[in-house]
Design a protein around this ligand. Structure first.
Ligand SMILES: [Zn+2]
Length: 275
């Protein structure tokens, strides 16, 4: 699953490419999306802005509709110059929006729908998302309160729960827990307020740092992540993807285990994160 910083950058890139320019072509493989286009043609409109909310990309059109897409595991937005060769097969194309200068293509996006802009605030699942870790008005206390409301959750699972706080994906889950030296398998109830604050604050810091550190190329999936504050890309993560390699702090081999109902991989150091 792409992390929120990747989605955020994808939205910013889409915004720069598309905003304000007349749409010259629109295609969709989703009948319900196509129907809105039939009734309220997007080719007579333009993109006003593109933003992200959690893992959702929201594309606001001047005709009063918002296109919501969710990347899930395999979806991504790409941007191409007209005529440029696509990096994924055309059969994976789900939505295409073209201006005179750019083509934005959503590949394998499993969720796409048109929502009236006026109905957006009450729209599920956006309305149920927890505070957005990348948001300008991020509500830290509310995120901590929502964590506390899940005392029996293992903390690694709670970090992935987007209704608690929107933003942390499977990579940052392990990285944040390592940074705060918290064992992924303890329950939220076992953690102090300081520990919960560490998780939330570190998650926000990592996400924000990766948004501002460099602008992504046009694909949204291979976002360069840096949690070690080192510049070598091979050194960019503390524990994620480093099973059996020595811990960067203490040398103990990093452990890996599937965790939770979705069996997401968790990486941790049994020494640094003993409890
Ligand atoms: Zn260690």
């Amino acid at each position: 699953m792409p992390e929120d910083d990747t989605i955020f950058r994808a939205a910013a890139t889409l915004h720069r490419a598309l905003a304000g320019k007349p749409i010259v072509r629109f295609e969709s493989m989703y009948p319900a999306v196509t129907r809105v286009h039939d009734d309220h043609p997007l080719t007579a409109s333009h993109v006003e802005k593109v933003s992200s909310s959690g893992k959702h990309v929201l594309m606001y059109f001047a005709n009063g509709f918002v296109l919501r897409t969710h990347m899930r595991m395999n979806g991504s937005w790409h941007i191409y110059r007209p005529g440029e060769r696509w990096q994924r097969p055309a059969r994976d194309m789900r939505i295409l929006i073209a201006t005179a200068d750019f083509e934005a293509v959503a590949f394998s996006v499993p969720v796409a729908e048109m929502i009236k802009t006026t109905a957006l605030a009450k729209h599920r699942p956006l309305a149920t998302l927890g505070p957005d870790l990348l948001g300008d008005r991020f509500d830290r206390e509310e995120a901590i309160r929502r964590l506390r409301a899940h005392p029996d959750s293992q903390v690694a699972e709670a970090l992935l729960n987007q209704r608690i706080a929107a933003g942390i994906g499977n990579v940052y889950k392990s990285e944040v827990l390592f940074s705060c030296r918290i064992n992924p398998f303890v329950t939220v109830a076992a953690l102090s307020d300081e520990q919960l604050a560490c998780l939330i604050d570190t998650g926000r810091q990592l996400l924000l740092a990766n948004v501002t550190s460099r602008l992504a190329p046009m694909t949204t999936y291979t976002g360069f992540r840096r949690t070690t504050r080192r510049d070598d890309p091979s050194e960019r993560l503390w524990v994620y993807g480093r099973a059996r390699l020595p811990c960067r702090r203490c040398g103990t081999p990093i452990e890996i285990r599937k965790q939770g109902t979705d069996a997401r991989l968790t990486y941790w150091c049994s020494q640094c994160q003993a409890s």
